[in-house]
Design a binder for this molecule. Structure first.
Ligand SMILES: Nc1ccn([C@@H]2O[C@H](COP(=O)(O)O)[C@@H](O)[C@H]2O)c(=O)n1
Ligand SMILES: C[C@@]1(CO)OP(=O)(O)OP(=O)(O)OC[C@H]1O
Length: 163
């Protein structure tokens, strides 16, 4: 059995924060504002998986009102969601994600982001696609106010769940 999921997330730019996307730090004059490390790409991946499993979203499991998740490494968040997926008897089929931002240019970092995410998602590199686009200077991303990201995932049931 297959299940499809979709994730979408937005974080605003902020001064004095590192820019962490796809589990890696990207050199840029601005970072992203958030309760966690604000890794907008890993958040969309986690939300897409939770969506496929009809489990809700990351805010339900990692509320931004809980001090335990302050400055949380989103690699840990995604790993915990992958554990939930595995406990339900699913594994990743493939994931396709997009980062929407006017700046910086992500293309030089895409291969490393794919490697980090594939490892967190416990899947082969060939099952993970990450792309980037500007929004042609339109909207909040086009004005450089923040970064948006979206992901679609396919999960495959391959064993009986154990909890
Ligand atoms: N922040 C970004 C945005 C885009 N790219 C790469 O540039 C290509 C052209 O972008 P358009 O929005 O003009 O279509 C795009 O396909 C990406 O490869 C990027 O690296 N970082
Ligand atoms: C990741 C969490 C963790 O508290 O916080 P944020 O970094 O603010 O991210 P967001 O995608 O706005 O909401 C989900 C939160 O659960």
């Amino acid at each position: 059995m297959f299940r499809i999921g979709h994730g979408f997330d937005v974080h605003a730019f902020a001064e004095g924060r590192p820019l962490i996307i796809g589990g890696i730090e990207i050199p840029h004059e601005l970072g992203l504002k958030g309760h966690s490390d604000a890794d907008v790409l890993l958040h969309t991946m986690a939300d897409a998986i939770l969506g496929a499993l009809a489990l809700g979203d990351i805010g339900k499991f990692f509320p931004d009102t809980d001090e335990a998740y302050k400055d949380m490494d989103s690699k840990v968040l995604l790993s915990e969601v992958v554990d939930m997926m595995e406990r339900k008897g699913y594994r990743l089929g493939n994931i396709d994600a997009v980062i929407m931002a006017e700046k910086p240019k992500f293309r030089p970092y895409i291969d490393e982001m794919r490697q980090v995410s594939a490892s967190l998602l416990k899947t082969d590199l060939s099952n993970v696609n990450i792309k980037a686009t500007t929004t042609e200077k339109l909207g909040f991303t086009g004005r450089g106010e923040g970064i948006a990201s979206e992901a679609v995932v396919l999960l495959e049931k391959w064993r009986n769940h154990n909890g």
